[in-house]
Design a protein around this ligand. Structure first.
Ligand SMILES: [Fe+2]
Ligand SMILES: [Fe+2]
Length: 288
């Protein structure tokens, strides 16, 4: 069971919302309304862990080890939202989201492949770690700077936990898992296709399309793109950190060296051909 070890790792790294955030260091002169708007949108984005948890529990019905891990992940993501909400409550109450705005990002996700969801969240956490490092550099106000570093560290731990479940999935499901992970790895390292590659930006409910991404349900649906490009300035250098983080981990996971997204795409193609050949051989053997 992975949960027992992950639980201890996460418990050892846990921070206290009241005691470990330097609330008394707040400096109002180092903060703009534009930045407060970003903090509000970010609090809403973090609040959206609820439907992801419902999806994970629904789509992994026979996996109590993973469900147990999700209980901690859920707790920590809600805490991320709460610390940002608390920041707004203390220092900029006009920016606290309304109950309606919080409810709007809670909607049901369609069923999805559990292996793809796992890889998506691993990549998402890896990306979020870099977004928050970048947000830490962008902000000048000491308390929010501290919060973004704290969140970035948590997101990196989440990525490591999801990675361990991916390793376990390869032991259990072999090439099926490899193929799913390579597919998502290619998608999530292709920033030219969609530069805001994160689960909160993916369409997850056909009936609600096009308002079926988390970001599309924010009070400011274009915020994330603008925040990345014009505010925190998440440029190609940052993007390459995300890409190298994902490719480095995919290399370790799949025992191959992937320097670029194209290498991973090539690997995926080979795996598909091998898979098709073995299916063909099975069909030939049956009909012989
Ligand atoms: Fe988070
Ligand atoms: Fe996270």
């Amino acid at each position: 069971m992975l949960f027992s070890k992950i639980f201890i790792d996460m418990e050892n790294a846990r921070w206290n919302l009241s005691k470990d955030i330097p609330w008394d260091k707040f400096n109002a002169d180092r903060l703009s309304d534009r930045q407060l708007h970003g903090i509000k949108m970010n609090a809403l984005l973090e609040w959206a862990a609820v439907p992801a948890v419902e999806m994970f529990l629904r789509d992994n019905p026979n996996d109590p080890d993973f469900a147990a891990f999700i209980s901690i992940w859920f707790f920590e993501e809600q805490k991320h939202s709460l610390v940002l909400l608390e920041y707004l409550r203390r220092f900029a109450p006009d920016f606290v989201p309304t109950t309606e705005e919080l409810n709007e990002v809670n909607f049901e996700f369609d069923r999805a492949s559990p292996l793809e969801s796992l890889a998506l969240h691993f990549c998402g956490e890896t990306r979020l770690n870099q977004w928050y490092r970048c947000a830490h550099e962008y902000h000048d106000e000491p308390v929010i700077k501290h919060i973004y570093t704290t969140l970035a560290t948590d997101e990196a731990r989440h990525a490591r936990a999801y990675f361990q479940y991916m390793q376990r999935a390869i032991q259990k499901f072999g090439d099926t898992a490899r193929l799913n992970f390579a597919k998502i790895g290619v998608l999530m390292t292709n920033a030219r296709l969609n530069p805001a590659l994160h689960p909160t930006n993916l369409h997850v409910n056909k009936e609600l399309y096009p308002r079926d991404t988390i970001t599309s349900r924010l009070p400011d649906p274009d915020w994330l793109r603008r925040w990345l490009d014009n505010e925190i300035k998440f440029d190609v250098e940052w993007e390459s950190k995300v890409e190298q983080g994902i490719l480095g981990n995919m290399s370790a996971l799949l025992s191959q060296k992937f320097k670029t997204s194209a290498d991973l795409r090539q690997y995926r193609k080979k795996l598909e051909i091998t898979g098709n050949n073995s299916v063909r051989k099975e069909i030939e053997a049956c009909s012989a």
